[in-house]
Design a protein around this ligand. Sequence first.
Ligand SMILES: Cc1ncc(COP(=O)(O)O)c(C=O)c1O
Length: 383
Amino acid sequence: MNKIIYLDAAASALKTDAVIAAEVDFLQYKYANAGRGVCARVSAVDDMVARTRADVAKFINAKCDENIVFTGGTTDAMNRIARLIDDAFSVDGDSIKNKTIMVSDLDHHSARLPFECIVGRRGCKIVLCPVNAENNLDYSNVARADVFVITAMSNVFGGRQDVARLVAAAREKNPDVITVVDAAQYVVHENIDVEKWDCDFMCFSAHKIGGDTGLGVMYVKNPDYWMSPDKFGGGMVVRITGAAPDNQCRIQWEPAPARFEAGTLPLTQIAGLGAAIKEWTPRCGADVMRRIRQGLDSMPRVKIYTAPDAAILTFSVDGIHPLDFGAMCGARGLCMRVGNMCASWAMRMIDAPTGGVARLSAGPWNTIEDADRALEIIGEVIK
Ligand SMILES: Cc1ncc(COP(=O)(O)O)c(C=O)c1O
């Protein structure tokens, strides 16, 4: 059987032996729920969760562990952030209806749709952050907004956005703007520094940096400000007084991060994430991408949409539907992403062919030989 060339890191990273071993070890020898008792086994799980939280805080340069909330992934986090912001504006007779939300055409559906839906429901104003000729967010021309959704790296264009400058530019227009960073792709290729970015929220998924699916990280700069949690359940309550039917139920929430982590956490995935972030090296696969770029540049009928130094490579082949192209490459052992990339606005920006585009993205497991074999396969299919 042909060896599979997995050049789809931007969709999800392959897992290392250390990550798999950490999850198996937890499931086989250390399993118990967290925060649900005081026996040694439970305490050891609590310690594992606390250790991973501290490792994540260090990984993104957060001031303290309380800023780190475990979620179900980037999509889950973006939906939750939108709800937290909607709720926060709905106090004292105010409403998000009177606010302006700034998004951009670089956004993934997961980042923009939760806010588009608030706009649809509440009727607030939406504005676009301009994108320059290089397909980067133009920090010199940001509008005044109350909420600013920033895609730190587009999954179509792979450019590194200057998040610190974008946040500063938006604050200059409105010191109270709430800044939300989608770092799902950025985290794969660059070190995140939330202190330097000075954003209010940031999120990413564990599975893109070698961890498991079903787990993400949501950074919250001022967790005490977001008094009203967006999800309710076990593990987040200090005390409840009063009760139905007189509607006098008063709840004292746990401080962050527990206040935002209702219910049982994805513990196995947290064990895996601890191992993943110890191993993950940003800028992995850069040499492989360079080689692929050189090869594709000289191929006939290939149109490339990404800059030479972009972390990923998005392209189309004139005369071949992207789904056919993906299937033909796949049949020869090349695994890559084809379609609209869950980024309809970016597809519109580049006037993408019907069916979308193709995307190649390397991870630490890829070699130069993978690049050469991928080029051979693409060359055969194009012929
Ligand atoms: C830029 C960006 N944002 C958000 C997401 C959504 O991530 P997830 O599907 O892990 O929730 C992705 C996934 O590809 C992405 O590339």
